[in-house]
Write a protein that binds this ligand. Structure first.
Ligand code: FMN
Length: 333
């Protein structure tokens, strides 16, 4: 999945945002190497295969979106044996790669011994990674997604080393502590220091909103693997720009959206999401309206979508498209 010698652009897991329909659409617009699915929380029970299939329907399609984007399953929890058994069930359900979440800052999650709270216990990180590594078939890579620490940036060195000792094939580092939440800016320097010494690939993550920020992140970290979260939603062309910069298009000239290009018409992308959501089990029009607004909010704060004020009170897909002044009709739900 992640080849240490090949650069990569990875779509970040974002709970409530990059679910299966959004992964489908992003897989069509972008040029991601693979995507990480939103976390599945492992609490008291090991989930059955059906739960994995519901949350990550790509598992029924060789772990790929309909357009072929490979999807990695992410688990969150603090109990090594349950995490290991759950990872095994995930593989039986079709997972080809497992990521472990050591970064979620949610108080509920942290209060239940999951996510970023484990950053306070480096040896537990090693224990969990090792248990999962030992449980799943050898060809299935296991990776860890970390923040810099709970309240100290320096914790990343030991935590990343423990993940590697536990058998992680790579680590992704979001350049913030739990205490920093999502406050900008992300710190990229510690990611670079970890990369120099860790011995396994390090994926740099946090606050890559533009090609310029990507270049600075690459310069600061020396990484060749990058994960894009909110930036990929704010600028649907960002993954292409980054992939082009990383040489992932080979000698081919031009990817169609060069640096600086902005989305002149958001409607086809939005319309595609509406269609995919309408065809997805359990998604109601209310979900669809909410998802469109979440996407466009990020795009208006950090991207070039300028009509958010006009759509933010819309109650229906039709109203959103009417407000966007569409010759492109609102798709049928
Ligand atoms: C709404 C939201 C949900 C997220 N859910 C997850 C998640 O399920 N698993 C995870 O590892 N990280 C999650 N993250 C963190 C992102 O994967 C990423 O590390 C973070 O947004 C920083 O990257 P960015 O600046 O490119 O967005 C979430 C972030 C956001 C904003």
């Amino acid at each position: 999945m992640l080849d240490p010698s090949v650069p990569a652009v990875i779509l970040a897991p974002m709970e409530g945002l990059t679910d299966a329909p959004m992964r489908t659409v992003q897989g069509e617009i972008g040029t991601f190497s693979f995507a990480v699915a939103e976390f599945l929380r492992i609490s008291q029970e090991v989930p059955p295969k059906s739960v994995f299939h519901r949350q990550v329907p790509e598992l029924l399609n060789h772990a790929r979106t309909p357009s072929g984007l490979l999807v990695q399953v992410q688990l969150l929890g603090g109990h090594p044996e349950r995490m290991a058994l759950s990872a095994l069930v995930a593989c039986q359900a079709g997972a080809t790669a497992i990521d472990i979440n050591f970064g979620c800052p949610s108080p509920t999650v942290n209060g239940n011994d999951g996510g970023a709270t484990l950053l306070k216990h480096p040896r537990r990180i090693r224990e969990i990674v090792r248990a999962v590594r030992d449980a799943v078939p050898q060809p299935v890579p296991v990776s860890a997604k970390l923040r810099l620490g709970w309240d100290s940036v320096d914790a990343i060195h030991e935590n990343a080393a423990m993940a590697a000792e536990g058998g992680a094939s790579w680590v992704t580092i979001h350049g913030r502590t739990r205490e920093q939440g999502y406050r900008p800016p992300a710190a990229w320097e510690p990611i670079g220091t970890v990369r120099e010494h860790l011995g396994i690939p390090v994926v740099a993550n946090g606050d890559i909103w533009s090609l310029d920020q990507f270049r600075r992140c690459r310069e600061t970290t020396g990484c060749t693997h990058f994960m894009l979260g909110r930036g990929a939603l704010a600028n649907p062309f960002l993954s292409r720009q980054v992939a082009g910069e990383l040489g992932l298009f080979g000698e081919e000239p031009a990817h169609e959206n060069a640096e600086g290009d902005t989305v002149s018409d958001w409607r086809p992308y939005l319309q595609r999401l509406v269609r995919v959501m309408a065809a997805s089990p359990g998604r109601t029009p209310v979900h669809t309206v909410r998802r469109l607004k979440q996407w466009l909010r990020i795009a208006s704060l950090q991207g070039d979508f300028s009509a958010f004020d006009a759509i933010k009170r819309a109650d229906s897909v039709e109203e959103i498209f009417a407000t966007l002044g569409s010759p492109v009709p609102a798709p049928k739900l």
